[in-house]
Design a protein. Structure first.
Length: 258
């Protein structure tokens, strides 16, 4: 039986990490070409009690949508023996699923190669290529804002205590000189994440990374948060205290998913 921690980590992977496949498909030209003519249903699941825990991935000519139940039939099905094994695989560890649909070679190779690109989000991944640097930062910020909201909705005590004390506030993250932007909205204990810039009110905290390279220094922990602010790798507009809180929760998400 999966532990509560395993289930939390799986929830973060399925609802915050897997969705960043959309970034790869949309923003990586090589991957975009692989999926431009593919229409398929891929199931990614793990055995849990008498059923499955996982996600349905629907590819439709370069677009991807993800849903949860049901998890029964698809063109390509990855099944792990346990939730823990699925988590291990998604963290880059050694855990192999059974695969149904091996004969659909183009779909299989396209999907696996895209999954491998997600390893860019691993804390030890230091891409040299400019496009991959961009992808790593964009995937990381999209993932972490979604994961923060999921962590709150899971009932995490530290997160719910922090969000429960706040009125309607926007925590904006962005990277200068790029289109990378994501936000977390907090309102009386409830949270919602989004892409781009929140337009309806000014952010309570805006964490502006000074370009992709400086964002990487922070994400790779080459500089601690205070040092990053002092060196202008990141500019904090708004409350420094609450920005530090967000950074602490971001580091916790990274620890859970790697």
């Amino acid at each position: 039986m999966a532990s509560n921690k395993d289930l939390l980590v799986a929830d973060l992977y399925l609802k915050a990490v897997l969705p960043v496949l959309k970034v790869i498909i949309q923003d990586d030209p090589k991957t975009a070409r692989k999926f431009e003519n593919i229409t398929a249903h891929v199931i990614f699941r793990a055995r849990h009690e008498d059923s499955y825990l996982g996600a349905n991935l629907y590819f439709n000519k370069g677009k991807l949508s993800i849903t949860e139940e049901p998890l029964n039939s698809g063109d390509l099905i990855f099944t792990f023996g346990s939730v823990k094994k699925m988590n291990t695989f998604l963290a880059g560890g050694l855990a192999l699923p059974s695969i149904k649909g091996l004969f659909k070679f183009k779909l299989l190779t396209s999907f696996i190669s895209t999954l491998l690109l997600m390893k860019l989000m691993m804390p030890d991944a230091r891409p040299k290529d400019e496009q991959k640097k961009y992808l790593k930062v964009k995937m990381a910020l999209y993932m972490v804002t979604t994961a923060l909201s999921k962590l709150n909705k899971s009932g995490d005590l530290d997160m719910t205590e922090w969000t429960g004390q706040q009125p309607d506030r926007i925590y904006q993250l962005s990277v200068d000189d790029t289109d990378i932007a994501a936000y977390l909205r907090v309102k009386a204990g409830k949270t919602k994440s989004g892409r781009g810039f929140y337009q309806r009110k000014r952010p309570f905290v805006h964490m502006r990374f000074n370009g992709v390279d400086n964002a990487l220094k922070v994400l790779l922990k080459d500089a601690e948060f205070v040092e990053a602010v002092d060196n202008k790798y990141i500019c904090i507009e708004g409350s420094p205290e609450y920005a530090a809180n967000i950074n602490d929760f971001m580091m916790r998400i990274q620890a859970l998913t790697t």
